[in-house]
Ligand binder design. Structure first.
Ligand code: HPA
Length: 265
């Protein structure tokens, strides 16, 4: 797949850190970034357009903690019907811009018995339960063909963020994220199975982007906002509204954590 042309202002800006802002977390770009420019996805040739409410669909770039960052305000999900190559196109573009560190955020259901809605979980690892892989068939000449996945989520950066959380009395969990395609939520039997597989949280994103970022040797850091207890653990029905409500409620804490992460990167 040929990469689309990017505006000169953006390539000249040379972002170094990429941020993918998940469901209900897009506000971060408006609240925290000293914005230099915006680029709606619709203005990028061949770029997918986000279809989920709450996903604005643009790159926002500027500075944060003195670092040059580019945010995806709105990301793409496999359940929207995109091909893996399409939904990970932003990562390839970020690589071409010079991004070397990627923060991926998401909303996730809590499987671990200690997790409650509103918690944050730093990803220690993931389980790709999507049944496919974004690197299948893609023969781009840059990056590694068979990327090592021993440490997808950068250990050194995690250590720094863990220490920051401890110093600031932030109860930061750390665990394994399992990605399903969605868009249906899971059944209680699926959640019991995922728990047995070693998953601490479940969601519908992040893994494709992390895999492609690792192909390019980027440092990756993942943060889940636990927006609900996963099916069967929760006694109530799951809904997108609950996911959005929790993400809204923990906005300030999430912004602090992510800004600290960028500062430490
Ligand atoms: N399951 C899958 N994805 C999710 C959930 C969930 O419970 N919560 C937020 N995203």
């Amino acid at each position: 797949m040929k990469l689309p042309q990017l505006p000169q202002e953006l390539t000249d800006f040379q972002p170094e850190i990429g941020l993918i802002l998940g469901s209900g977390l897009g506000f971060f770009a408006d609240d925290r970034i000293q914005v230099v420019g915006r680029l709606p996805y619709g203005e990028i040739e061949g770029f997918p357009v986000s279809t989920v409410p709450g996903h604005a669909g643009q790159f926002v770039y500027g500075t944060l903690e003195g670092k040059r960052v580019i945010c995806m305000q709105g990301r793409f999900h496999f359940y929207e019907g995109y091909k893996m190559a399409e939904l990970t196109l932003p990562i390839r573009l970020m690589h071409r811009m010079g991004v070397h560190t990627l923060f991926v955020t998401n909303a996730a259901g809590g499987i671990h018995p200690d997790y409650v809605p509103g918690d944050f979980m730093m990803l220690s690892d993931h389980i790709n339960f999507l049944g496919t892989n974004p690197l299948i068939g893609w023969q781009g000449d840059e990056g590694v063909r068979f990327p090592d996945m021993t440490e997808v989520y950068n250990g050194a950066l995690r250590t720094k963020i863990r220490a920051w959380a401890k110093d600031h009395q932030v109860d930061l969990k750390e665990g394994v994220y399992l990605a399903t395609t969605g868009p249906s939520f899971e059944t209680p039997a699926e959640i019991r199975a995922f728990a047995a597989l070693g998953a601490d949280a479940v969601g519908m994103s992040t893994v494709p982007e992390a895999i492609v970022a690792r192909k390019f040797g980027m440092r990756v850091l993942g943060i889940s906002c636990i927006t609900n207890a996963a099916a069967g653990i929760s006694k109530t029905e799951l809904s997108h509204e609950e996911v959005s409500e929790t993400a809204d409620r923990v906005r300030p804490q999430f912004a602090e954590l992510l800004a600290a992460g960028v500062q430490l990167a």
